[in-house]
Design a protein around this ligand. Structure first.
Ligand code: ADP
Ligand code: ADP
Length: 222
């Protein structure tokens, strides 16, 4: 199943001006792949990831996620397929500062139909899997960058997504911590999850099993 992007274009309109961001992008990613997307700033990486993550829609072309034609889904169904299949990880962690690590992970689990108690248990298990059992009660400001990213990855996996999309997940970390975070993605990939990371760090990209380049909105296999 995985993802299947066919002839996707994306443009933005600001008044009279139209910016073409993605141009005729075709990309298939099978379940269980570990893919890195590299390209300079402004090349369209975030735009493509937003489409893959069902946060945004193509202007033209087709996107199939897990066999579903996303263009045929309304926003509510698109959100449902996103919550079921995809976990997100960001460069700046995007944790809520007023909540503890455990609460940040739990909040992402509340979309499910499980009881709050069951969600808390899943959140604990996710944090334990990320070796964060000693830091569950800490707030983000009390955690290091690497620890914050572990909490964010725990949040990304709480609903057992098949795919993780990570936009510059090591971009705010020193290189040693970045490599540790990469090891976590590698382990999740070995457990069967599809991993897609956006990076402009070639060293990080070469750790992936497959690299695609994006330049001025055009995607090419590396
Ligand atoms: P990258 O992630 O590779 O840095 P982006 O996908 O963020 O690139 O942006 C690609 C291009 O699209 C940039 O020129 C950016 O300014 C433009 N862009 C992105 N989002 C919008 C938007 N919402 N409205 C207008 N232009 C946008
Ligand atoms: P990043 O570098 O982390 O990808 P950006 O600064 O490129 O972040 O973009 C941050 C947000 O602003 C994104 O959601 C992007 O879609 C939006 N954006 C980027 N460029 C523009 C633009 N020219 N006009 C409007 N929105 C934009």
């Amino acid at each position: 199943m995985g993802i299947d992007i066919q002839g996707v274009y994306k443009s933005y309109r600001n008044g009279d001006q139209i910016t073409e961001v993605l141009q005729d992008v075709t990309l298939q990613v099978k379940d269980g792949e570990f893919l890195a997307m590299i390209g300079p700033s402004g090349s369209g990486k975030s735009t493509l990831m937003n489409i893959i993550g069902c946060l945004d829609r193509p202007t033209k072309g087709n996107y199939y996620l897990a066999g579903e034609d996303t263009g045929k889904l309304n926003d509510r169904k698109l959100a449902a397929i996103r919550n079921r299949h995809i976990g997100f990880v960001f460069q700046s962690f995007n944790l809520l500062p007023q909540y503890t690590a455990l609460e940040n992970v739990e909040l992402a689990g509340l979309y499910s139909n499980d009881s709050p108690k069951a969600v808390r248990e899943r959140a604990k298990q996710a944090l334990i899997a990320l070796s964060m059992e000693d830091r569950m009660k800490y707030r983000p400001s009390q955690l290091s960058g690497g620890q914050k990213q572990r909490v964010a990855i725990a949040r990304a996996i709480i609903n057992s997504p098949s795919m993780i999309l990570a936009d510059e997940p090591t971009g705010s970390l020193d290189s040693k911590t970045g490599r540790e975070v990469l090891d976590i993605f590698r382990q999740l990939n070995q457990e069967g999850k599809t991993i897609m990371i956006v990076t402009h760090d070639l060293g990080i990209a070469h750790e992936a099993k497959r690299i695609v380049n994006i330049n001025d909105g055009v995607v090419r296999e590396a």
